[in-house]
Design a binder for this molecule. Structure first.
Ligand SMILES: [Fe+2]
Length: 349
């Protein structure tokens, strides 16, 4: 799709932004594939952005068609990645070797998708998963870890490594019975002990595999370690926990909360960040988490939300210093959730 650089002041409303727009300090202001609304233009002006790149089309419907067709092809790729990771894990449980070629294929697919833009974030949010949660979780965490790499400014090789670490982080769950993984009630002490062995099970399986890098092996073993020493399996603290493991941990936290599980309904991205602020500050890598959150919230601009008063609105802006209270537009009305404290976001729709 052709693109062109344009002066923001000369831009017409409803153009589609073709490349991510960043502030001077590297924070994502507007994601690729966002419609240019008056509100977005105000935002660009606020950050003194003078030029942007938009798709070069005369007809907005065509541009939308391009975006929707990209989402369709992404869905096909996504489904085939879920199928592939399921096959790898099922084969492992039958005693077969880890299919590294399949894992590498998935990693490359996620890397390419994430390099292209941030549409995957919106797609994941629209997914309604009823079965095979574990496999979707591997793919989604792989997407989030690759995105964190991109937003931290890492090179392509590092992004691919993060994607693979994300895909493989829970590979040890192949030894945990599905009844335990999906149990709705409270787990017994024995079940918790078994579940908490999955990092060691995963590590044991890959530790002698020369195809898999040391950082990825460490991420598999240490993604449940926490910087205050409260994690498992060894209670490591601070920088004793490797970078890949700290990145996977943040992606894992966010994915787990924002996806439906057999035993719990998902929360909105903003609620997930609120939960992080209440309970994750002492346990996760803050600089990784804040880079991720500051960027990912902007991927939801333009998405519809259901509010606690039953109305449907559109996210038009997320203040960089108050990520849990986006600005919502309903018709001509603008709602600032930091001031309208009686209104909450119930869900993205
Ligand atoms: Fe895990």
């Amino acid at each position: 799709m052709a693109k062109k650089h344009v002066d923001v002041k000369m831009c017409r409303e409803n153009a589609i932004i073709a490349e991510d727009v960043f502030s001077d300090d590297g924070v994502l202001i507007v994601s690729k594939n966002t419609f240019l609304t008056n509100y977005i233009m105000d935002k660009l002006n606020y950050f003194n952005i003078e030029t942007i790149v938009i798709y070069e089309f005369d007809n907005v419907d065509n541009e939308l068609g391009g975006y929707e067709s990209h989402i369709r092809s992404f869905k096909e790729e996504y489904d085939s990645n879920v199928y592939l990771v399921k096959k790898v894990i099922v084969d492992l449980s039958k005693g077969e070797e880890l299919d590294f070629d399949a894992i590498e294929k998935i990693s490359l697919s996620l890397f390419h998708e994430v390099s292209y833009g941030n549409s995957a974030v919106r797609y994941i949010n629209r997914l309604k998963v009823f079965d095979d949660y574990t496999y979707h979780h591997c793919i989604n965490v792989g997407i989030y870890t690759a995105l964190i790499g991109k937003w931290l400014g890492c090179d392509d090789e590092k992004m691919k490594e993060f994607a693979m670490a994300g895909i493989l982080h829970d590979i040890g769950k192949y030894r945990i019975p599905v009844e335990v993984l999906n149990k709705r009630g409270v787990l017994t002490k024995e079940e918790v002990e078994l579940l908490e062995k999955h990092p060691v099970f995963g590590y044991e399986m890959v530790k002698d595999d020369e195809n898999i890098g040391t950082n990825i092996k460490d991420a598999i073993l240490s993604h449940h370690e926490r910087k205050d020493g409260s994690g498992y399996p060894y209670g490591l603290r601070g920088n004793r926990i490797g970078k890949d493991a700290r990145i996977v941990a943040v992606a894992d936290f966010y994915e787990a909360l924002t996806s439906n599980r057999p035993y719990r309904q998902k929360v909105s991205p903003f609620e997930a960040i609120k939960i992080f602020e209440a309970s994750g500050m002492e346990t996760y890598d803050l600089s990784v988490a804040m880079t991720f959150f500051k960027n990912i919230v902007n991927c939801y601009i333009g998405e519809k939300v259901k509010l606690s008063d039953g109305r449907i609105g559109e996210i038009v802006y997320v203040p960089p210093y108050d990520l849990i209270n986006p600005i919502i537009k309903i018709g001509e009305e603008i709602i600032d959730l930091s001031r309208d404290t009686d209104i909450k976001i119930e869900s993205l729709v």
